[in-house]
Design a protein around this ligand. Structure first.
Ligand code: BTN
Length: 331
């Protein structure tokens, strides 16, 4: 724990930080400071030191740890508390389990690796170590369940905001909530709700987001190469995951506060701008397996997709799979 705190202090400091100052600020001995510095060096951090000068961070490996995320985090509700894990079955499962122990609204978990990452429609979500960011947030808004249904659309806008803040490039959204860069999916969102059936009351929402950050072409199995991509592949250079995780949580915090306050219009407008599905030919696969080929003509005020069928009828689609012609192998 002191190791991560020392790392956060070094990251906040431009020049050298004396061992005495670290020991005073964290209330630990000089020997404990030295031990933690040694451990950080063994993890790959470049830490310069000199007699009477102290320590200075000169290089960092791309790690997803508390020490790498905290210096970038500026939130009011989200990530209070923040749990950072090196490995977990699924960050959504983790929060669903921990929700029973009174975790508060906004609690977040970030993991470097998931051994049982889950996607929508019962699919797996590949979550290898060292390349992505897998995170979930527990939300306990006091609203009727029906009102929470559109939250995922806001989360999609937040993901685009976070990625844009760090890379300068704004991704697109494939309706409803795949985040796409250069025609390939770089992020998926799985939002789950617990409802107390008898009184139809929302107990909690867990929204889980999986971002492919630094994977290279060779990291994707052949059958996924046309479908899945990473942010690094799209922008042409690796991205610091701690910084991106901070930006993603900051964006989610702002969006969640706006959602709670009923500030809908800017998100609707942004979602419509970001949504690559609008204007495209789409194939809608409904829950009963029935398929319709149509043109997507808009997103309505409830974030549902409006499609025009070949006979000229307009319909709204609020759930199900929608493939876009020319994208992800739908030709
Ligand atoms: C999808 O596109 O099918 C949704 C993928 C959602 C993956 C994220 S990773 C973090 C969180 N934990 C999970 O097990 N799933 C979500």
């Amino acid at each position: 724990m002191s190791k991560q705190k020392i790392l956060a202090l070094l990251k906040q400091t431009e020049g050298y930080l004396s061992g005495g100052e670290v020991s005073r600020q964290l209330g630990i001995s000089r020997a404990a400071v030295w031990k933690a510095i040694d451990a950080l060096r063994q993890e790959g951090y470049g830490i310069d030191s000199g007699t009477n000068r102290g320590y200075r961070l000169v290089s960092s490996p791309d790690k997803l740890t508390e020490g790498e995320i905290l210096p970038h985090l500026h939130t009011q509700r989200v990530a209070k508390p923040l749990v950072v894990l090196q490995t977990v079955d699924s960050t959504n499962n983790y929060l669903k389990r921990e929700s029973q122990n009174g975790l508060p609204d906004g609690a977040a978990v970030v993991a470097d690796q998931q051994t049982g990452g889950r996607g929508r429609m019962g699919r797996n979500f590949a979550s290898p170590a060292g390349a992505g960011i897998y995170y979930s947030v527990l939300l306990r808004p006091q609203v009727p369940p029906a009102q929470a249904v559109n939250l995922t659309a806001y989360v999609a806008v937040a993901v685009c905001d976070g990625i844009q803040a760090v890379t300068g490039v704004r991704p697109q959204i494939k309706w409803t909530n795949d985040i796409v860069m250069e025609g390939r999916k770089v992020c998926g969102i799985l939002t789950e709700m617990a409802i107390e059936g008898e009184i139809n009351a929302l107990q909690y929402i867990v929204t889980g987001i999986g971002v492919n950050v630094n994977q290279g072409e060779e990291d994707w199995p052949q059958e996924l190469r046309a479908i899945a991509g990473s942010i690094a592949q799209a922008v042409g250079h690796p991205v610091e995951r701690g910084r991106l995780a901070g930006a993603l949580l900051n964006a989610l915090d702002r969006v969640y506060c706006d959602w709670l306050a009923g500030n809908r219009q800017p998100y609707l407008e942004q979602y419509r701008k970001d949504c690559l599905t609008i204007g495209q030919e789409v194939k809608v696969i409904r829950a009963d397996g029935e398929e319709t080929v149509a043109t997507a003509v808009g997103v309505d005020d409830q974030f549902a997709l409006v499609i025009r069928c070949p006979d000229g009828r307009e319909e709204t689609v609020s759930s199900g799979e929608v493939s876009v012609r020319g994208l992800y192998g739908y030709v």
